[in-house]
Write a protein that binds this ligand. Structure first.
Ligand SMILES: [Zn+2]
Ligand SMILES: [Zn+2]
Length: 290
């Protein structure tokens, strides 16, 4: 089981791990994205254009309104015939669509990338597809896919992953393109707990799962002491400690007052557990496994 992911002190930094620009099929330049996202309180953004490994340090006009970080989105078919989109966080060399999806994925992993299975429901992926490549994380929620055809929710895929990799990370992401066909942004993000806002500190915290994913609600505090999990949040209608299969505990009610704190006792026989909160508009947020 993981060491306590949320006990480090530090500050919360808002960011997005999945964004497209005019460098691939997005509608906004990096400068426009920076102004838009910084205006909504973002601290960092990853550049994840299709098959274009970004190199932030080589960009002469990287401004300082927020921290840009390197990444890429790979897509294609693996040797079993499954179609994938995979967001890779990190700085990569030598990736090109010509090498094919599987070679690209292996190259990104060799170079230390953090590999996130993107929008698996929208792709029609199977549980076997989740397990085959041992991804570091899965997008539990993809805002643009939700807008496109209501297939943004990938919670089931995270559970498929957790059944074999109890530390697998969850990511809520915009996948923002900001075009007429893909207009959404600032609908799903992560909040990273780190001491400083540097590329190394942010990526290291993400690797260790020291963040939560949200479509709206806020975790002010996530405290784990032994079997006890205590949270303080923005006003929410429900809080749930979620485990494998049918296991779960709930606080809240359909008709009662909103609440801002909850405490759970985590059963010893659960292979993994995380907390989900849900606000009065049905928007949710998720910790990583505790
Ligand atoms: Zn994609
Ligand atoms: Zn994408």
């Amino acid at each position: 089981m993981n060491a306590n992911r949320y006990g480090g002190g530090g500050r919360w930094f808002k960011g997005n791990t999945h964004i497209h620009s005019t460098a691939s099929d997005g509608g906004k330049t990096f400068a426009e994205l920076e102004a838009m996202y910084a205006g909504r309180g973002y601290d960092f953004l990853f550049r994840t254009d299709h098959w274009i490994a970004s190199d932030v340090r080589a960009d002469p006009r990287v401004a300082r309104k927020l921290l840009w970080m390197d990444g890429v989105e790979l897509d294609g078919q693996d040797s079993c015939g499954s179609m994938y989109h995979v967001v890779c966080l990190g700085r990569f060399r030598g990736l090109s669509r010509k090498m094919g999806f599987e070679n690209g994925l292996k190259a990104a992993r060799r170079q230390g990338g953090l590999l996130i299975l993107a929008h698996p429901l929208w792709m029609g992926n199977t549980p076997e597809d989740v397990w085959r490549w041992k991804f570091d994380g899965v997008e539990v929620y993809n805002y643009v896919c939700q807008w496109l055809n209501g297939k943004g929710d990938n919670l089931a895929y995270w559970h498929f992953g957790l059944s074999r990799q109890p530390g697998m990370l969850a990511f809520a992401a915009d996948d923002a393109h900001i075009t007429a066909n893909h207009p959404g942004w600032n609908g799903a993000w992560i909040m990273v707990n780190a001491r400083v806002r540097t590329p190394k500190a942010i990526l290291d915290a993400i690797r260790r799962g020291r963040y939560y994913s949200s479509c709206g609600p806020v975790f002010h505090d996530i405290a784990v002491h032994g079997d006890t999990v205590a949270i303080r949040t923005s006003p929410v209608r429900f809080a749930r400690l979620v485990g494998p299969d049918a296991n779960g505990c709930q606080c809240g009610s359909f008709h009662g007052k909103l609440m801002t704190e909850a405490t759970f006792s985590r059963p010893a026989d659960w292979r993994y557990a995380y907390v989900e909160i849900e606000d009065s508009r049905g928007r949710r947020a998720w910790t990583n496994t505790l």
